[in-house]
Every structure is written in C-alpha cells, then in structure tokens.
Unconditional design. Structure first.
Length: 156
C-alpha cells in the first residue's frame, strides 16, 4: 500500500512544473523533511523512499522558500535521492526546473558523474565554473575532488 501511495504522489507531482507547485506543497515537504529518520548526518533509506515522490517539490523550492532553513538537509536528501536511478533520470529530464541555485549546482555535480548526465547539465557546469562564486561553491561541495572534476568538465 505504501508503494502505491508513493507512486500515486509521484504521478501527481511529476506533471507539475515549478510554477504549479503550491506553497502548501512546499511547506508539506519541508515539514516532512524535518521528520524523516536519519542515521548520523544522512537520511535513512526509509526517509529517501518517503521523500522520493516530493522530488518535483524539492526542485520547485526557491531561495526565498528555504532562506530561514539550513541548506544541509536539502542537500542530504538530494544525495540520498541521487542513489536511485529513477530519481537521477527524473532530475536529468527536469534539470531546468530546479529553482534553487545551490541545489541545482549540487544536482548538476552529481548527475555529471552519473548515468543521467545531459548536454544541458554540462553547459550549466561549464558556466558555473566561469563564475568565481559558483566555482567556489562547487569546490566546497566536492572538496579534494574539485580539481579533477573541473578538468573533466572542461575536457568533455
């Protein structure tokens, strides 16, 4: 039954663009995120399964929507979601719908190294590397892997 509910929610949300996600849905997702189980600094598999249907809502969040929250939980749930091929595929196909710049950078970096990369993601990352501020954010996200990541972006 849980799987059917999750699939139904995904179907409902999947057809929605950033402009069609309501403030109530965003609030519902943020409240859900606060209540999801964690293991250390990561969300559990159960948490990722519960958050999966909300991927369109996550992508619709703007800077203003989450300015009063720590960004880390949004990045942590994104990391968990990226571990599932169906979410990576959805993210690559709907990459343009990601409204929050730092979340978009995070997803782009993960998708570039996955089976779900696209020319759009590669262009986005190349442009980001041209920006001092965004290159710095990517360096912070990737840590010691940043130099090799940067070389791969520029070489392809």
């Amino acid at each position: 039954m849980l799987i059917l509910n999750l699939l139904a929610a995904l179907v409902i949300f999947a057809g929605q663009g950033a402009n069609q996600v309501s403030d109530a849905q965003k609030t519902e997702f943020i409240d859900l995120l606060k209540s999801l189980p964690t293991r250390g600094e990561s969300y559990t598999d159960e948490a990722v399964d519960k958050a999966g249907p909300y991927l369109p809502v996550l992508f619709a969040l703007t800077q203003k929507d989450i300015e009063n929250y720590d960004l880390y939980p949004f990045l942590a749930i994104s990391r968990g979601l990226c571990n599932h091929s169906e979410h990576r595929t959805y993210a690559a196909q709907n990459f343009a719908k990601i409204q929050h710049r730092e979340l978009k950078l995070f997803w782009a970096a993960i998708l570039f190294d996955s089976d779900a990369k696209s020319p759009e993601i590669k262009r986005f990352l190349r442009d980001a590397l041209e920006s001092k501020e965004e290159a710095k954010l990517l360096a912070e996200m990737l840590g010691p892997d940043f130099d090799s990541f940067q070389k791969r972006i520029r070489s392809k």
